[in-house]
Write a protein that binds this ligand. Structure first.
Ligand code: G16
Length: 544
């Protein structure tokens, strides 16, 4: 099939953020915009001729069109085989699973994760390497540099491929395989968790749960695993059909955007356990009746109880968390006498640690938890881990968490997001803060005295690569801390994230809410950065 070379010119805004390139759909629909980025990815790779590429997305608006464009460019560039899920659907952890299982060269994930979907909303694209994980910074930088110089892309003329039927097709010398999006992933879950025990839990009739798939990609995965393989009653999964606009909702599993689920769990006769996942299925939120489990606590509880889960019963080699995530897991690591690594925000930073066998579990405050089973965070995996614990311990989730706090102390944590800020003003605010860091140690703020103040810099312990400016940290003598950073996943203006944390060993004080326990720190955070003065905002848009 003849390869066509199309002349193009660069776009200046194709620098990948925390997790790939995320823009408005309209931007991706600009002539050559997607094509340029895809060709820039392929131009930054070597040795893929004849190899396999996994492609899939969360089913959001523009997923199908983008897939067809990418298939033609991949064919022209010499890939040998493309594997995608029926309907072009694959959750992000399922892409990672397939890359590893098929020994693929890499994969492309089409998603803007928890961002809203639809013609006026967001789309995204991310390249994953052969370990199944997001491209490391060196590669995303190379892709960006290529995108700034690109002058042509390669494609072929071919009719749209039928994505809706499982089977194999040929496009020129490229083989295209459409697979069931769920099977390989669900099979992997069966190797990690005690499905028989979880089945018993559901079979007793004493236990019920609700899984909110938020009309996004996890619905078919949750139905197959929870309702079919584990025997949970039909209707356990709600909003289980992936829709191109996610039903008009915002598929971010947190207290604000999964409000219906939160209301259900705080209402009369709630189920025993609830969970939600995001657009592309890599995030999770878990809840008990009237009880929210903070992602940092969730990671710590999973690590402390991993011996109860078959896939992890042999022990953990180590754990990791992103820098802004609460230090709850650090205390578990200390008890288990294993290493605990602190990385910058972004799942890509866990990849080397997982590949090198330095860690088994890792997680982030942004509702991401995962392990060495794939190289992405994994929403449903975290829910199954919790179900396995509930089945093994036969205790409510709240009791498990409260006992954990009794044993390890409680790390009160909250994140305040200020969304849609003027990007220049938000940058200026952080720059001013950076300039003042040197003068902060020793300063008293109410009962707290600043101990250290810096901008987090990370040296990867495996390859020695250095990542700077990863978040401004202010740590007090008491151990309490405040972290400020700008989100790298938004598509409109800037989002300021302020993370606050303090450790409370006294169990008589564990009953208060995070906002109450952290009230003074929240006030300090506003004062130090001058948030209201710089942004004009007196309160955050989202509190988690
Ligand atoms: C992505 C990354 C995560 C990160 C999160 C938030 O998640 O994979 O590692 O914690 O974004 O990043 P930021 O604070 O820069 O917005 P996802 O689920 O959006 O792919």
């Amino acid at each position: 099939m003849p390869i066509r070379t199309v002349e193009t010119s660069p776009f200046s805004d194709q620098r990948p953020g925390t997790s790939g390139l995320r823009k408005k759909v309209k931007v991706f629909q600009t002539l050559n915009y997607l094509e340029n980025f895809v060709q820039s990815i392929f131009d930054s790779l070597e040795g893929f001729a004849g190899q396999t590429l996994i492609i899939g997305g969360d089913g959001r608006y523009y997923n199908r069109e983008a897939l067809q464009i990418i298939i033609r460019i991949a064919a022209a560039n010499g890939f040998g085989r493309i594997v995608t899920g029926r309907g072009g659907l694959l959750s992000t952890p399922a892409v990672s699973c397939l890359i590893r299982k098929r020994h693929a060269f890499g994969g492309i994930v089409l998603s803007a994760s928890h961002n809203a979907a639809g013609p006026e909303k967001d789309f995204g694209i991310k390249y994953n390497i052969g370990n199944g994980g997001p491209a490391p910074e060196q590669l995303t930088n190379a892709i960006y540099q290529r995108s700034a110089q690109i002058d042509r892309y390669l494609t072929i003329d071919h009719a749209a491929v039928d994505l809706d039927h499982i089977g194999a097709y040929r496009v020129g010398s490229l083989e295209i395989e459409i697979v069931d999006p769920v099977t390989d992933y669900a099979d992997l879950m069966e190797t990690l968790f005690d499905f028989a025990r979880i089945k018993d839990l559901f079979a007793g009739g004493q236990f019920s749960m609700c899984f909110d798939a938020m009309s996004a990609v996890t619905g078919p995965y949750a139905r197959e695993i929870l309702e079919h393989r584990l025997g949970a009653p039909a209707g356990t999964v709600i909003r289980g059909v992936p829709l191109p606009d996610f039903g008009g909702g915002h598929p971010d599993p947190n207290l604000i955007h999964a409000r219906d689920l939160v209301v259900m769990m705080n209402g009369t006769a709630p189920p025993n356990f609830a969970a939600a996942s995001d657009g592309d299925g890599d995030r999770n939120m878990v809840l008990g009746p009237n009880f929210y489990i903070n992602p940092g606590d969730s990671l710590a509880v999973l690590a402390a109880n991993a011996h109860l889960v078959p896939g992890y019963a042999a022990g953990l080699s180590g754990v990791a968390r992103s820098m802004p995530t609460s230090g709850a897991v650090d205390r578990v690591a200390e008890r288990l006498a294993i290493s605990c690594y602190e990385t910058p925000t972004g799942w890509k930073f866990f990849g080397n640690l997982l590949d090198a066998g330095k860690i088994t579990l890792c997680g982030e405050e942004s509702f991401g938890t995962g392990s060495n089973h794939v190289r992405e965070k994994d929403g449903l995996w975290a829910v199954l881990f919790w179900l396995n614990l509930l089945a093994a311990k036969r205790q409510p989730a709240e009791q498990i968490v409260r006992q954990h706090w009794e044993e390890f102390g409680r790390n009160f944590f909250t994140r305040h997001d200020y969304e849609g800020l003027d990007a220049a003003k938000a940058e200026a605010m952080l720059d001013r803060l950076r300039n003042e860091l040197a003068g902060l140690p020793g300063q008293r703020m109410g009962a707290e005295i600043v101990k250290t103040a810096d901008d987090f810099s990370y040296t990867d312990p495996v390859d020695g690569s250095v990542s700077t400016k990863q978040g401004v940290r202010i740590v007090f003598e008491s151990g309490a801390r405040i972290v400020y950073r700008l989100s790298g996943t938004g598509t409109e203006g800037a989002t300021l994230r302020v993370y606050m944390e303090r450790y409370e060993p006294d169990s008589s004080a564990h009953g208060q809410s995070s906002q109450t326990a952290l009230a003074k720190l929240i006030a300090n955070a506003n004062e130090i950065a001058g948030i209201t003065a710089h942004t004009g905002r007196s309160r955050p848009d989202v509190v988690t």
